[in-house]
Design a protein around this ligand. Structure first.
Ligand code: GAP
Length: 451
């Protein structure tokens, strides 16, 4: 079973590289662990996912406001938020070759569930089971490792110039809460949404883009009256399921996990993780947390500026509580790629295709002339191509190799429709359109394709 799962993962990684979706970062120089570059098809798919999220959670609602905060922030942000002290993972070391590992990963890889364990309990479990490093050497006791990347702002390198690459986009939202209230004075409840890069110095980045050191988040901080947090939580959870359904993810592969207190982030009073059946197993896709007034309260305490919200027309004021749906774009990419990856048999040969939903497919139509050495076919095909491109945008011209090879290539990148212009087109204006999933072909007029 494990081999099969790994085989599927390897097939997806290989397709992603071969067809220009995702490349290992800095590949030409031997790579940089935990970083990935998006190729022409990958960046399109990623943007479509991000746009679908923005449409669903921001544009389709009248209680959401977008922001785009700076990645570099004043170090006080990360002191007040608790990240400087508590954004840590347990790290242990191979005592012979000094390679470092996440202690919970060592346990998980050896069939021990680390959920709910303290660091001491993890060390005890390692000792009890006599677990060794992957190289077979004894492991050190664990210590905590802060995952934030440190940098310096300006020309001096001292404590005052320390800053961090943000480990979550959330803080850029909290620090703008007051600004947006002052500009728009929205009624509660309302949310602020942000998409953007986040950085974590993961001890062991692994499983393709699943655990990266640089990745993209899409987060909402939804501000509510303290008594109304549960209904907002439920509504955003339901809306999350709708969004995942719209991405084409199968509902039977989606699971809710009510995260036990011992495993929740330091700021959370309740967290539901949405887990997904990835080829690597059931793992966290995204999470929704009830962050109480933890963040705005900390900002008020450290900045000495009021974060209280005054209910319009009343004297009632309080620090709003927060529900936070937090999505990782890479994990959505991996869920979309792995759930759309298919292998079947066509004419006695194995065929690979991506059954991407039409609204996510990087290329919607591929257009080609049946024969590329017949100028009249090429000319007509170019005309059809231009018309489709004008209407849909993500349309490609593909006249490389024979028709069979073109279909294979388009199947692998998930193009739903391959359009071929042949001699009949010159007579009656119809083209053949091949369906990616069924491989069936039908004759359709160009007008129909454009309608
Ligand atoms: N603001 C809350 C927060 O950041 P989190 O559970 O640490 O919560 C939210 O992260 C989401 O970000 C995760 O559910 C996951 O989708 C994504 N994520 C976190 N770390 C990641 C990593 N190293 N690589 C890729 N995605 C990651």
């Amino acid at each position: 079973m494990t081999t099969k799962k790994n085989e599927k993962m390897e097939a997806i990684v290989s397709l992603a590289k071969r067809r220009g979706f995702i490349y290992p970062g800095s590949d030409v120089y031997g790579g940089l662990s935990g970083t990935w570059d998006y190729g022409p098809l990958g960046v399109t798919l990623k943007r479509k996912i991000m746009q679908a999220w923005w449409q669903h959670f921001v544009e389709a609602r009248d209680d959401m406001y977008g922001v785009d905060a700076a990645i570099l922030m004043n170090q006080k942000v990360w002191q007040a938020s608790g990240h400087v002290d508590t954004f840590v993972d347990p790290l242990c070391e191979d005592t012979i070759n000094h390679r470092r590992y996440r202690t919970d990963h060592i346990l998980k890889d050896n069939g021990v569930d680390p959920d709910g364990m303290t660091m001491t309990q993890m060390d005890e479990a390692i000792a009890e089971k006599g677990l060794k490093s992957p190289d077979g050497n004894p492991l050190s006791a664990s210590r905590t490792f802060n995952m934030m990347f440190t940098t310096h702002v300006g020309a001096t390198h001292d404590e005052a110039s320390v800053s961090y690459l943000r480990p979550e986009t959330a803080q850029g939202i909290f620090t703008n809460f007051k600004n947006v209230v002052d500009s728009f004075y929205p009624n509660l409840p309302f949310g602020l949404a942000q998409q953007g890069k986040a950085f974590r110095n993961e001890i062991s980045p692994r499983d393709f883009i699943f655990r990266s050191r640089e990745f993209e988040q899409m987060e909402i901080e939804y501000f509510v009256h303290p008594d109304k947090w549960q209904e907002a939580f439920d509504e955003l959870l339901a809306s999350t399921h709708e969004f995942l359904h719209d991405l084409g993810l199968p509902s039977e592969a989606i699971h809710e996990l009510d995260v036990p207190e011992t495993d929740r982030a330091h700021y959370s009073k309740k967290t539901i993780d949405i887990e997904f059946d990835f080829p690597i197993g059931k793992e966290e896709l995204m999470g929704i947390a009830y962050r109480t007034d933890f963040d705005l309260g900390n900002i008020q305490r450290v900045s000495n500026k009021s974060m209280e919200y005054v209910v319009k027309g009343t004297n009632e004021k309080f620090i709003p509580h927060v529900i936070e749906p937090s999505f990782g774009v890479e994990r959505l990419m991996m869920a979309v790629l792995s759930s759309s990856y298919r292998e079947d048999e066509v004419n006695g040969e194995t065929r690979i295709y991506l059954a991407l939903p039409e609204h996510l497919a990087p290329v919607r139509f591929a257009v080609s002339p049946l024969l590329k050495n017949k100028p009249e076919l090429v000319e007509k095909a170019r005309e059809v191509y231009r018309a489709l491109k004008k209407k849909y945008g993500n349309v490609t011209w593909d006249d490389n190799g024979n028709i069979g090879k073109r279909y294979r290539r388009q199947d692998e990148i998930g193009t739903p429709h391959s359009v071929v212009i042949d001699f009949q087109t010159l007579e009656d204006g119809t083209v053949t359109v091949r369906d990616r999933d069924t491989t069936e072909q039908r004759r359709v007029s160009v007008e129909e394709l454009l309608s």
